[in-house]
Structures are given as C-alpha cells and as structure tokens.
Design a protein around this ligand. Structure first.
Ligand SMILES: [Zn+2]
Length: 778
C-alpha cells in the first residue's frame, strides 16, 4: 500500500530557479508596492477551494476574478506569527516563491491580530484580487488561517511549483474549531520511530489542523526518553531482543526531543508526553530491578500484552525515581499536561508484596485497587506542585479521581460519560472508532468519520469533552507501515473534531468529504505521505446455489467505492487456479482454498492481493444449532458462522471468528440425510496473552435421529495451560472412518480461568472457533 509519487522533476526545477540578490528583492518589493504585478505569458498554476479539509465553518466565494501573485510574495505582520513564521516561511520558499517581509503595510499577504475575533484558534481568511488577509486574535489562529490558505494554493506548491507565480480563487472564510483537543497518539515504544519520521508526522497532522501529538514514550517493550539521572533506562531499557534473536530499539536524546518540541511548536502542535505509571513499566524494571516488588532481573519485554511486573507502590525509592524522571520530563516538554497512563496494571505483585501491603495499611486503603489510586494521586500532586496536570486512561476513574485530572476514554465511551458527570475534562478515543492499529474491516474511514466524541449523555456537564484522539499503537506496525494506517483515517477524525459532529454526522456528509479528499490525495502524494486505503477495498460474499444438479458455492467480490476495480479467482488448496474474472462475476469455490482479489485502486494495481480462506465442504450451509450465545463482539457474522464456508483468518478480530468467554461451546450440524463421513475438523484461535486458549477436550458425537448421540472421537489437549507464544489458528481434526450419520455434534470444553502464571490469572478464558468442516467419504 504505497502510493508515493516523488516529484523529483519539480524539486530540480526549484533548485535551478534564478537566485535573486537582496538588492533585486528590494527593487521588486518596491515595484510590487507601487504597481500591480504583470500577469505572465507562461502558465502559472491555479489553486482551488475543492480540497479544504477540515471543512471551514463558513466559506463564501467572492466575485471579481482571481488573485494573482508573481513569484515574489511580500508578507505583512510576520512578527504576529511568533515562532510559527519559521514553518510558514519555509513552506513559501519551498513553493518556489521569493519571500520578503514587508513590515506593517504593503504586502500581498497580511497577518493581522484582531481582538474582536472570538476564540483562541479562530481565524478569518480573505483572498481578494490583490491581497490575501488572514486575521485572528492569536498567532495560533493566524497559523490555522495560513494552513487553510496552503490547502487553497495549487498542490504543486508543496514541491516548488509556484516559481512562476500562482492564481487563487477569491474567497472569504470564517472558521473556528469545535473541539480544542484534536490529537494523534503515536506509540514509539513497541516500534521505535526515527526523529525525522516523528517530525514528518507532526507536519502532516498539523496540515489537517490537529494540534496534539500524544507521544507514548515508555512501555514494557522499550524506554525511549533519555533521563540523565538514570542512564540505564536508555542503555538497557531502550533495547529488546526479539524472539528471532535480533535487536530492536532506539531512544530520543534530550537534544532531539528539544528539537522535535520546537518543530511542533512552530506548527501549532502541543506534544503531551506519556510516561506510563504504574503498569507497562517492564523496560524500566529491566534497567533497575529494584523498582519492582520482587527485585528480580527481567528482560525488556519482547512480546505484546499486559505484564504483571510493575512499579512497587510501597517502595519510597521507586517514588523518588518517578519524581526524578518527571522532573526531567517537565523540563523538556512545555505542555502543562503530562499523560501518566494508569491503564492495564495487574495487582498480582502488589498483593504479594510486603512493602505494598504496608503502604495499604499505613494509608488506610481498602486494597490494591485503592493503592493504584493512591500512587496516581501521589504523582498527580507532585506534578501539580510543578504547575502541571495529569491525563490518564479511563482506569484512573476506578478508584476515585485525583483532583484536576483529565480522563482519556478508551474502553468505549463509558469513561467519557462518567468523567463528564464527575466534572472532569475528557478526551474521547474509544477502541470502537479511534484505534488505527485495528484493520480496515473493523475501523474504516467512514466509521471514524461517523464518530461522535461528545454523545448526548456527555454533553451536559459539569465536565467537558475537550476533544478526541486517534491512537496509533504499534505492536504490529513498524515505522514503514505507520503512515498507511494513520492516513487517511486520521484526516476523518481531524474533520470531526474541527468541523464538529453536528456537520459531519449529517446525511451525505461523508460523500461530500470524500469528494474533497480525492483531490487532496494529490497533495499527500506530493508530500510523500504513504497513505493507505480508506476502507477494505472489497467485501466478499458467499452464496449457495442449489438445484437439480446439486450444490455450488459461489463467491463474489463487492468493491467498496467507485475507485476500486479488479479481478477475482479461486485458488484451491491443491494449487489449482480458476480463470480471473471481473468483480461483477461469480467465482466458484470448489473445495478448500482461497478466493483472491487483485485490486486496482485509483488506477494503481496494489501489490498486496486480498485473500479470504474458504472451504466448500459437506457441512457448509447445513442447519446448525448452538447451545451457547456468542459474545456480542465476536458473533462471526451470525448463527451460521461456523458453517458459512468462510474461514477465520490469522486476525481474531476479522469478523469471521465466533467466541464465548467462560463457557463450553456445543453445536450440532444437520447434514440433511445420512452421510458417509471421512473426517471433521475445526479451527480454534490460540492467543494466550489475549486470554484465548484451546479447549481442554473436544468431543465429537454423531446421530441419525438427532436425539441419541454416540461419542465417536474425543480430542484431548493436556497442555492447554502450558505457556505458549503462538498467535493464530490451530486446526484440530478427527478421522471418522466407518461412521455414517446425519447429525454431528461437537462439544468444546472451556479450560476454565486463566492460570496462575497469566497476567489475567483467575479471569475467564475465551474460546474462539471458525470453521467447522465436514468431509464426506468419496
Ligand atoms: Zn511492592
């Protein structure tokens, strides 16, 4: 999914552009002041109003032709922009323009402070025949006004294409954001990202008027911020040995961080650092084992999940450590907010630790859950004394809330609603809409665009919804894939948060947004943003065709959106391939294999084909009865999920898997008539860190009347609770020679609660199943 278009030719053109001496610039400036520029004979590019994202609150095209600027642009009010002038000047110069500061009057681009404009981030932008005027009450508003101007300018401005001047449509825009907090969380711990990459991300969120980079800097799998007082955090904690023996890691020096913070400031982006407390801290414990309850040496984690070794809340030295780290963090980041995590902290170690037990007793706390509140409050007070407030994940609501804290709601919107009722500021980023690590078939652009960060229950105070964030967690996303996951989905959230859900929630709004996004992709390509798709490009539907000649399973690809073209075919497990056909034609599924789509997206054939594992077997589309109710989150698509011919993939969230928690799964398939059986097989998902285990036993029973069943095979898994890192489907099959039956029943026995060694010990385990395959004897 890489659509980079390097416009090298234009860059070279820009470099070869004639260099003016300062004297010619001065003369030119005077000429501009005295007379209007002559319109040239050669072609200059023209800007457009068709790709402004987020959509402005009000926009009025004005009459009277076009604005024209020669290659010389004179700028008034540069000093009003404060540090953001650096980035604006850089953009104008990169566009191929000669930039002259004009002082208070005489420019063809003017920045003006206007105290009568309400709202710190609001701005007015007017393009008239001879002048562009941007007004706002603050430098922030002026910067956003300029960002809108940038989107109106020809997209080739991004690569030096305005060296012969440019035209703009005349327009008047008044604009202000709906929410003050418009953010992206970037997890640079699970995968380290180069400083230049972080800067590019800052550029591109700022281009869409997002103003917060929530920078996730400490984790089980890596500590990424240099701390002078504790050098081992980056000597040891920044590096992990992967399962294949290779080393992954890296960290940001203080100098790099200062540079990134300054870079962000010049683009109106506030960086909120996240230092995880008390959980997600194994990299710190690997560096200094005394920080934990046990004191044993640990490696930096090299798997994903939730880990039980966390900071000891009973140890005063650990508290001093956290304070020192936060001292250095506060010194680096001017933001008045620090994110302290607070999520997913198992209490197993605390419950068994003498120091933690002593703390609970001395502080009069009820249990280890109140100890979590106590340590969050302790850190909150410490940061308060330094003029900072904290943000924490919604778990910090569980034990009572530290004064002044803001809550980031991730487990649905319940935390947001509760926070608002408690009078707390809230940031909405639920897994249902805002997790960019989720695949497109869970969260596509349309879903994000339909997100309401402030549902009715959260809109009546006394707390406030400050806005939202999309969260780019990177367990499965090394740097080179991150942009394709962030864009264009983050752009959808940017518009929701700026323009407001009242507008983006209107009928047809999404299609109007897509019409603006389409030309905007050209600009992103010029900026070398490796954006991904807006949705899973095709849906695959299976249907049974039954007639006198027998049963046939037919697959069809349904393109999502008019930009998608392509061909599909069936590739059997044995290697045979059907002739590729266009998406309007059906593909016959002849036994086990894959239906494969080759996608042509906006005229480009995608390297990666889309594949769905399928199987046309004797049990497919037969009646099935379930003795359990599937989890509402994992229905597999309905009651027939287990025999629908579509197999669960190696992603348990793909929508094909059916699951239950804490109970057995029993189902019966009616083959319609007595059938000579060869074998049955069933796929289970295995992912212990996500609490998904294999069944302890699988019993296969058959019957001819549907009442009296005989056990024909039992598969036993004695090692269900042996720790095993494998994540993916496991096939279990049983040969059924000499068995003929109409009904087949399968009972999969849930193994019980997570075992002692597990981070979620004592919690109910999950069983995930798809598909149940029946083979006839031939
Ligand atoms: Zn402890």
């Amino acid at each position: 999914m890489q659509f980079t278009t390097g416009m090298q030719a234009q860059k070279i053109l820009m470099k070869n552009r004639k260099l003016f001496t300062s004297l010619t610039l001065l003369v030119a400036a005077v000429l501009v002041f005295m007379s209007l520029p002559e319109k040239p004979n050669h072609k200059s590019p023209t800007g457009s109003l068709s790709a402004i994202i987020p959509a402005p609150q009000s926009m009025e095209e004005t009459e009277g032709g076009e604005y024209y600027s020669s290659s010389l642009i004179t700028v008034e009010g540069v000093e009003e922009l404060e540090s953001s002038w650096n980035s604006i000047e850089e953009f104008l110069k990169n566009a191929g323009l000669d930039v002259v500061e004009a002082g208070d009057v005489g420019g063809n681009l003017a920045f003006r402070i206007d105290e009568s404009i309400e709202g710190e981030e609001s701005y007015g932008l007017e393009v008239s025949e001879h002048k562009i005027t941007i007004s706002a009450r603050s430098s922030t508003g002026l910067y956003w006004g300029f960002t809108t101007l940038r989107l109106i300018m020809p997209d080739v401005a991004e690569t030096g294409g305005c060296s012969n001047g440019f035209y703009l449509p005349q327009v008047r825009i008044e604009d202000s954001p709906e929410f003050p907090h418009r953010g992206l969380l970037l997890d640079c711990c699970r995968h380290f990202m180069e400083p230049e990459f972080v800067k590019k991300m800052i550029d591109n969120i700022s281009l869409h008027k997002m103003n917060v980079l929530h920078w996730h800097l400490t984790e089980d799998q890596g500590w990424r911020i240099e701390i002078d007082a504790y050098p081992r955090l980056t000597e040891v904690g920044a590096w992990r040995t992967e399962l294949d023996g290779s080393t992954h890691g890296g960290f940001y020096t203080k100098e790099q961080i200062r540079e990134i913070v300054k870079y962000a400031e010049e683009r109106n982006v506030e960086i909120i650092p996240e230092i995880e407390i008390p959980g997600h801290s194994q990299a710190a414990l690997a560096s200094y084992p005394w920080l934990g309850c046990v004191g044993d040496s640990l490696p930096v984690a090299n798997k994903w999940g939730v880990f039980k070794d966390i900071y000891c809340a009973g140890n005063d030295s650990t508290l001093r450590f956290l304070e020192t780290v936060l001292d250095e963090v506060c010194e680096l980041f001017p933001s008045n907010r620090i994110h302290i995590g607070g999520d997913e902290a198992p209490k197993v170690r605390w419950d068994a630790c003498d120091k933690c037990k002593k703390r609970i007793e001395e502080e009069g706390l009820a249990d280890s859950h109140e100890l979590q509140t106590w340590i969050i409050e302790h850190v909150g007070h410490y940061l308060e004394s330094k003029g900072k407030t904290i943000i924490g994940w919604d778990e910090i609501l569980e034990g009572g809330l530290p004064e002044g804290a803001a809550v980031q709601s991730w487990r649905g919107m319940a935390g947001a609603i509760e926070g608002v009722h408690l009078g707390t500021d809230v940031i909405s980023s639920p897994t249902s809409h805002c997790y960019l690590d989720y695949p497109l078939n869970n969260i596509d652009l349309e879903k994000i665009y339909g997100f309401d960060p402030e549902p009715d229950e959260a809109s009546h105070g006394p707390g406030r919804v400050l806005g939202g964030e999309c969260n780019m967690w990177t367990e499965r996303a090394p740097q080179e894939t991150v942009e394709s996951k962030v864009f264009p989905r983050a752009i959808g959230l940017a518009e929701v948060l700026w323009t407001g859900p009242e507008t983006t929630g209107k009928e047809g709004a999404y299609y109007e947004f897509l019409e603006r996004l389409d030309p905007h992709f050209n600009r992103l390509a010029l900026l070398e943003v490796e954006y991904g798709l807006e949705a899973q490009p095709v849906a695959m539907k299976l249907a049974l065709e039954e007639n006198d000649e027998g049963r046939k399973l037919l697959a069809k690809f349904i393109p999502v959106g008019s930009f998608i073209k392509g061909k599909g075919q069936f590739v059997s497990a044995g290697g045979g391939e059907s002739e590729p056909v266009s998406f309007d034609q059906a593909i016959e599924v002849d036994g086990p294999g894959e239906v494969v789509a080759e996608i042509n997206y906006r005229g480009r054939v995608l390297e990666k084909k889309i594949k769905y594992p399928v199987d046309f077997h004797a049990g497919a589309y037969r009646d099935i009865s379930l003795d359990y109710t599937p989890s509402m989150y994992y229905t597999g698509g309905g009651n027939y999920a287990l025999v629908d011919g579509k197999l669960g993939s190696d992603n348990f969230r793909d929508g094909a898997w059916q699951a239950v928690q804490g109970e057995d799964m029993e189902f019966t398939v009616d083959l319609g008539s007595e059938t000579a059986l060869d074998s049955v097989s069933i796929n289970f998902f295995h992912y212990q860190d996500a609490w998904i285990f294999m069944p302890r036993t699988i019993s296969i029973l058959t019957s001819n009347d549907g009442e009296e069943f005989q056990v024909v095979n039992v598969i036993e898994n004695s090692d269900v609770f042996v720790k095993n890192d494998y994540e993916g489907p496991i096939n279990q099959s049983a040969s059924l020679e000499n068995v003929s039956a109409r009904y087949v029943k399968v009972i999969s026995e849930n193994p019980g609660v997570c075992p002692d060694w597990h981070a979620a010990a004592t919690m109910d385990t999950w069983l995930f199943v798809d598909e149940f395959v029946v083979r006839e004897r031939r």
